[in-house]
Design a protein around this ligand. Structure first.
Ligand code: GDP
Ligand code: IMO
Ligand code: MG
Length: 428
């Protein structure tokens, strides 16, 4: 019963889509367990490039069953757009399963996301504006709409009414906006429910049965460890648990069924949105990384903030997620640098921190302590084994491994499926 969890070890966009696609060729199910269409996961197959937002990246592999688990927040309009877009390109989505317990992102969640950000002003989070935070807030406040609510008109009307009661007061009195109509919203959601119905299933039961039968399930995380609402750089986080534990709560599969936890890390670091980022580069090196690495968001198109590899973050990710393996991506991007700094610890007001400070103010004040490794100039995109990498490149990877407290089992050398060096198998 291999249950493999794959998560982002940094601040997102590490290449989870590519890693999922890679492992996806050998698994039976790929299940998303957190987040929603704030995610943007790229998969490149030959000349075709796919940007997945809500659908599991595994959907590109026709033999497996893609699942949207109960921990995901589903915007049905976005889901249908994504399905239509993929089907027009010849990708069959008819076997998709959506949890009946997943929460819905309604149009009012998107409105509230944008209005709240505007009101926060200089305290804003820099969200993707997709309604993620407000939908999870409703879930926790127990006024959320779940997928199965879409199939009972009276029940749905009552739920929408309960949910909008307080929001309309806020919209009108605080934000000076028009109230949202309960009847119209109910009608819109009912229509979306009709189209959603064929995909809806008891996904927790299906995944547990599959694991009991010896099938392999890959749990595809969205966002990342440092964006986790409990373990990340709060309040500059997303509103779900992208860490490994979220795979269990977000699908209804128990922790005893998880056999492997894979963390995906870039060979450097990027971040989108607001919040502290100790190794961020504001000089030409940052611009160089952004250009070389094509660091622009898949979901919002925003330029990503770039910085050197942060080993404190990776050690923390190993600890929080119980990582068994790391997939190190975008090593090719560093080709051409004479020297590569690695952040090994932080200096906070003269005190050395080898581990992540738990105090938000300390993390915001953290200054990176760097050690520097020699770079390489050879093109590595055609290397297919670790031994083929230039010696200085091997030494860089080995040092990252040592500092991360976890073995590096695969190395990305380019965006394509076959741009990968396998060091240890990720599947058995
Ligand atoms: P995700 O959100 O973690 O799935 O990552 P994104 O898809 O948002 O961003 C990762 C970007 O890096 C995508 O454009 C990928 O095609 C690309 N990518 C993934 N792995 C590699 C790699 O090893 N080398 C290079 N050059 N690009 C990569
Ligand atoms: P993938 O899965 C990078 C960031 C946003 C913002 C914060 C909160 O592609 O790695 P939200 O809309 O979730 O309330 O925004 O989280 N964020 C991401 N950053 N990659 C992502 O997803 C992200 N999803 C959300 O930029 O800072
Ligand atoms: Mg992304």
């Amino acid at each position: 019963m291999p249950g493999i969890v794959l998560i982002g070890a940094q601040w997102g966009d590490e290449g989870k889509g590519k890693a999922t696609d890679l492992i996806g060729t050998k698994v039976d199910y790929v299940a998303r367990f957190n987040g929603g269409n704030n995610a943007g996961h790229s998969v490149v197959v030959g000349d075709e490039s796919y940007a997945l937002h809500l659908l599991p990246s595994g959907i590109i592999n026709p033999h497996l069953t893609p699942v949207i688990g109960n921990g995901v927040v589903v915007d049905p309009e976005v889901l249908f757009q994504e399905i239509d877009g993929l089907e027009a390109r010849g990708i069959d989505c008819s076997h998709l399963l959506v949890s009946e317990a997943a929460h819905i992102i309604a149009p009012y969640h998107r409105t509230l996301d944008k209005v709240t950000e505007r009101f926060l002003g200089k305290h804003k989070i820099g969200t993707t504006g997709r309604g993620i935070g407000p939908a999870y807030a409703d879930k926790i406040n127990r006024v959320g709409i779940r997928v199965h609510d879409l199939f009972n008109e009276q029940h749905l009307h009552d739920k929408v009414e309960a949910s909008l009661h307080q929001k309309n007061q806020m919209l009108v009195k605080l934000y000076n906006r028009r109230p949202i109509d309960v009847d119209q919203t109910t009608e819109e959601l009912l229509k979306l429910g009709e189209r959603l119905k064929p995909y809806v299933a008891n996904t927790g039961l299906i995944l547990n049965k599959a694991l009991d039968e010896g099938k392999t399930v890959l749990f595809e995380g969205a966002q990342a460890t440092m964006l986790d609402v409990d373990h990340g750089t709060y309040p500059f986080v997303t509103s779900s648990n992208p860490t490994a534990g979220g795979a269990c709560t977000g699908t209804g599969v128990g922790p005893t069924k998880i056999t492997r936890v894979i963390g995906v890390s870039k060979a450097y670091v990027t971040r989108v949105g607001e919040g502290p980022f100790p190794t961020e580069l504001f000089d030409e090196s940052g611009e160089w990384l952004r250009t070389q690495g094509h660091e622009f968001g898949v979901t919002t198109g925003r330029p990503r903030r770039c910085g050197w590899f942060d080993a404190v973050v990776n050690r923390y990710a190993s600890q929080v997620n119980g990582l068994t393996d790391i997939v190190l991506t975008k090593l090719d991007v560093l080709t051409g640098l004479e020297e590569i700094p690695i952040c090994v610890a932080y200096d906070v007001d003269g005190e050395r921190y080898d581990d992540m400070p738990t105090d938000q103010a300390a993390f915001a004040a953290a200054k990176p302590i760097y050690e520097t490794m020699p770079g390489w100039s050879e093109d590595i995109s055609n290397c297919h084994s670790f031994d083929e990498l230039p010696a200085t490149c091997q030494a860089y990877v080995k040092r990252l491994e040592e500092l991360s407290n976890c073995r590096i089992s695969a190395i990305g050398t380019g965006p394509q499926r076959d741009h990968i060096i396998s060091v240890h198998s990720l599947i058995d």
